[in-house]
Design a protein around this ligand. Sequence first.
Ligand code: NAP
Length: 475
Amino acid sequence: MAATATERKLLIAGDWVATGEWLEVRSPYSGEVVGRVAKAGAGEAREAIDAAARALEAPLPAHKRAEILVKVAGLIGRRHEEVARTISDEAGKPIKTARVEASRAMSTYTFAAVEARKLTGEMIPIESAQAGEGKLAFTVRKPIGVVGAISPFNFPCNLVAHKLAPALAAGCPVVLKPASQTPLSALLLAELELEAGLPEGWLNVLVGPAAEIGDVLVEDERVKLITFTGSGDVGWKLLERSPRKRVKLELGNSTPVVVAADADIEAAAAKLAANAFAFAGQSCISVQRIYVERPRYDDFVASFVPKVEALKVGDPADDETDVGPVIDDGARARIAAWIREAADGGGGTVLAGGEQDGLLRPTVIANVADEAKVSCEEVFGPVVVLNPVDSIDEALARANGTRFGLQAGIFTSSLDTALQAADVLEFGGVVVNEAPTFRSDQMPYGGVKSSGNTKEGPAYAVREMTEERLVVIQR
Ligand code: NAP
């Protein structure tokens, strides 16, 4: 274990709990142990739900919830470098990208604080029906109850913040299960929430066997909502198994972007080269498929490929590094096999890529068959496919040719083409003249089709985590 490795216990009912068993957290870059975390099982999961259910019996007023949320944002700011280092160490995320994630988590808490303060129902125009004469009616928003939250490895701080902060804004206690590969950022956030004054039981954090803890969250009726970010295989099964709960899913994508012949090709190439490989492509909206109108295809390739080759691959702790490792050897082997399949069976030409000191270099493959895995599945690695197309209609049709629907993009100087794309692309979000990797933490973010069934962003998540109660008064 590295001299600087962190040791963290579980958080249950306001106490840091050791279970006698420990899980190691390893750097995806060096393989070094960067931390160890107490391992929870079904028993701890039940205790955590008990604690959350007890917390719900003593609701926290909205102003108090907002105050805590603002304080957490401030504490992340105060310990910004430590938060960023924790993200970088456990996820292998380049430190400069990890700093951005830490800042975004501050934003997420800040926006959630606003939602806590303005959470309200609405007046119902009850007298607009004869039956409503002489009556007054309005709704109030009540917390849905205990929230079970399950988060992925790729944004171990901000995607946890996107669950914890809205839940607190909504008045819901949480039982969180972060990804086993990256639990340290979540436990650090939990520490900051306690320091900000969160009373016991409002947040409980468990790290351990996913299926075992997941089963308890699914089976316990006191958990009213499960908010899940991760892979579709896991997410849709959780939903099937929980017919009486709200199960909110933020899943994967195979992000397409169209570059029209009338676009600023240089600007498009610069934005896409910078964004397609951030965190080694392990973002759910990492640019994966680029369709360029044929008259400008060669210009785009000539501008894009050198920019990709100029990205610095290496140690995530280095300030200069743009692209670090993927999360583990299994992911690296899978991605390498998909690249080979695209080049051999898929007829693609590899324009940039290869391996460097055991890391995958940013890989660009041209003219790949739509059936190749790198085209139709989610790569979740530093790989982009480039294809020339004969028309915008063809580009939009091929962009839509996926079971996913999270976010897509288009570069064009034509308002008509931009609006056509916004109309036709079957995605939760369409981004114009910016890489579709764009996310700002207050916007409604979420997918359609296989990509999920909800929107995150504090304002939207708070709605999901509350229920409207109708009040009718006879005057
Ligand atoms: P994953 O393997 O599905 O894991 C996500 C979480 O689910 C982890 O905490 C994992 O725990 C847990 N889990 C696994 N099996 C479970 C089960 N049977 N019951 C309950 N929980 C279970 O996903 P990942 O590899 O961490 O993340 C990558 C995926 O997330 C990609 O598909 C990506 O696109 C998607 N993603 C989507 C968004 C979005 O906002 N739409 C954002 C980021 C990522 P363990 O770690 O202990 O296995």
